[in-house]
Design a protein around this ligand. Structure first.
Ligand SMILES: *Cc1c(COP(=O)(O)O)cnc(C)c1O
Length: 369
């Protein structure tokens, strides 16, 4: 049987074009051809959001999305500043843990996983604590599929002259990001989610001056973005990069641009996620959040009464699809379906047919609705 279609939030199903690039001949990362490849990738990543093109610089890392997030926080949250971390899910809470482990001054505003970010509490903190220099938040909180209101948060940051650091790992390439307008200092992202490449490379898009003209706050060799940024001006990297994965990323970035960039990917994801939501709701599977609270890339559904996650997962796996469990305490109350990657309309037709069998086992074909 063909490999299953991945409906988890990365790694994603690759297109043939990207998969073929993984078979590129072996190349030394210290040779000019790899430096040229790195520079092309950095240019392409820097051009994904035209509003960021002039003032932000991409830095390429070998590692998963978490690597980029941790390098961003390590390098850019200053030891003599203070981070206000807003959380409403696993990934926001993880960033708070990172800043804490870095031993930097921190305040955390925690919202329940099902709630929006607590912007009122953030505003209160900002007004009361002039030590806060940086706000830290997740854009698309993959725990629930909620697209956090970065426009409101960014406006708050701008008003208080506080820099915004964003985990955009599951939104980069598919959701709007306004950068300077939102006082964004940097966003962290990865190759293997909305950009549809293979896992192994992640990146940070940071204000150029923060990479070259300010001291680095990193107490880490491997996670210091400035080391990479300096070397990558010429296309080189301080440490071995995932060479073959980089060839795949070049192809994925070219494919992304050819397909029409962020607006096109967003529209594609909207069409897919609308279809998946409509289809499952018609089978009495309920959304976790309100429809308009979701981003475009992933939907969390409540497990219907009498269904276990394992049973749904296994039935869909047998039918050729990989879905995703809820995290932590939600592992037996929700399931998630992402719609990133090379997915064809025919795949969604098959998904729909499989879901009918799983969630309407009694309905005979052709029976009256
Ligand atoms: C996927 C993801 C990450 C990073 O996860 P990795 O397993 O390290 O790739 C970070 N933040 C968000 C919001 C994510 O969706």
């Amino acid at each position: 049987m063909a490999a299953p279609i991945l409906l988890n939030p990365g790694p994603v199903t690759l297109s043939d074009r990207v998969r073929q690039a993984l078979l590129h001949a072996d190349v030394c990362h210290r040779e000019l051809e790899f430096a040229a490849l790195t520079r092309e990738i950095l240019d392409r990543l820097g051009a994904v959001y035209p509003v960021a093109a002039d003032d932000y610089t991409a830095v390429l890392l070998t590692g998963s999305g978490t690597c980029a997030v941790e390098a961003m926080l390590a390098t850019l949250v200053p030891r003599d500043g203070k981070a206000l971390v807003l959380t409403n899910g696993v990934y926001g809470e993880r960033m708070a843990e990172m800043v804490r482990l870095q031993g930097k001054p921190i305040a955390v505003v925690t919202a329940p996983w099902q709630a929006p970010l607590d912007l009122a509490a953030a505003a209160t903190h900002l007004a009361a604590d002039p030590a806060i220099t940086h706000m830290v938040a997740v854009h698309h909180e993959t725990t629930t599929g909620r697209l956090n209101d970065l426009a409101a948060l960014g406006t708050l940051c701008k008003a208080h002259d506080v820099a915004l650091l964003v985990d955009a790992v599951s939104s980069f390439g598919a959701e709007q990001l306004m950068f300077a307008e939102w006082n964004v200092a940097a966003v962290a992202a990865t190759a293997n989610k909305c950009l549809h490449s293979a896992p192994g490379i992640s990146f940070v898009l940071a204000r150029t001056e923060l990479l070259f003209e300010r001291p680095s706050a990193a107490n880490s060799v491997y996670l210091d973005l400035q080391r990479y940024a300096r070397a990558q001006r010429d296309g080189f990297s301080p440490f071995t990069q995932a060479v073959h994965v980089a060839y795949a990323l070049r192809e994925a970035a070219a494919e992304f641009a050819d397909a029409g960039g962020v607006a096109a990917r967003h529209a594609l994801y909207r069409a897919r996620s609308n279809r998946i939501r409509t289809m499952l709701q018609a089978l009495d599977v309920e959304l976790l959040l309100r429809d308009d609270e979701y981003g475009s890339a992933l939907t969390a559904f409540r497990l219907p009464p009498g269904y276990s996650y394992a049973a749904i997962h296994h039935a869909l796996k047998d039918a050729g699809f990989v879905i995703y469990a809820g995290q932590g305490a939600w592992s037996d109350t929700i399931f998630r379906i992402a719609n990133m990657g090379a997915i064809e309309p025919a795949d969604l037709d098959r998904l729909e047919a499989s879901c009918r069998k799983i969630f309407r086992p009694a309905a005979a074909p052709g029976a009256a609705p």
